[in-house]
Design a binder for this molecule. Structure first.
Ligand SMILES: Cc1cc2nc3c(=O)[nH]c(=O)nc-3n(C[C@H](O)[C@H](O)[C@H](O)COP(=O)(O)O)c2cc1C
Length: 196
């Protein structure tokens, strides 16, 4: 059975993402993120991939959102990229850990000021009375930070998914698609193919 290193898989991923960035209208880095509660009830939503290194796939969010709470009680997740312009899909499964504070600080500082204020104002996934309630919170934090720095809220940070399974799916004619799957096997990765 062929054995490979994660670096090679990452290069393949980067190549597909690059193709997608050239072809997709926007958000080539958008991925479905599936989480599950402790009881096993799944939920899924789109987030943006913000980094990929030899430790895994990074995204950022509000830690008290539904996904944040589910990841706190069940640190396993799956990602799915689908690029319509390429007829390609990549699926990733693995375990979740928190990104380091300095890494999250650095990314947060790179965001536009209005997005940083939005992070403070949004009680993501909590019920709100009406849009005005949110607008008032945006105004409140805009006034609070005035012209000063907007620091990262402690309820907003990143997660890193360390993959143990990555599948590259490429559409072929008559649904005779290619499916190449890599499984983590210690430090090495095993490659298999499956029927479409
Ligand atoms: C293209 C796109 C990108 C998004 N990126 C993010 C993101 O990076 N982080 C995030 O928290 N929510 C992002 N969202 C919003 C989420 O899909 C979701 O509505 C929100 O995070 C609340 O999810 P939850 O209640 O399951 O926690 C994005 C939505 C779209 C459509």
């Amino acid at each position: 059975m062929p054995v490979t290193q994660f670096e090679e898989i990452r290069k393949e991923f980067d190549q597909w993402l690059k193709e997608a960035q050239e072809k997709e209208l926007e958000y080539a880095e958008a991925m479905s993120l599936a989480t599950a509660s402790k009881s096993g009830m799944p939920s899924v939503r789109i987030v943006l991939l913000k980094a990929l290194d030899d430790r895994g796939f990074v995204f950022y969010t509000n830690l008290t959102s539904r996904k944040g709470l589910e990841l706190a009680e069940n640190p396993n997740a799956a990602l799915c990229f689908h690029w319509k312009s390429l007829n390609k899909q990549i699926r990733v499964e693995g375990s979740i850990s928190a990104v380091a504070d300095d890494e999250a600080d650095e990314y947060f500082a790179s965001r536009p000021r209005a997005s940083r204020i939005g992070a403070w104002a949004s009680k993501q996934s909590q019920r709100m009375k009406d849009r005005f309630e949110f607008d008032k919170r945006v105004a409140k934090y805009t006034a609070k930070f005035n012209f000063g720095d907007v620091p990262r809220p402690d309820f907003w940070s990143g997660f890193r998914l360390k993959p143990n399974r990555i599948e590259f799916w490429h559409e072929k004619k008559f649904r005779l698609h290619d499916r190449n799957i890599y499984f983590a096997d210690g430090d090495a990765w095993r490659k298999e193919q499956t029927y479409p």
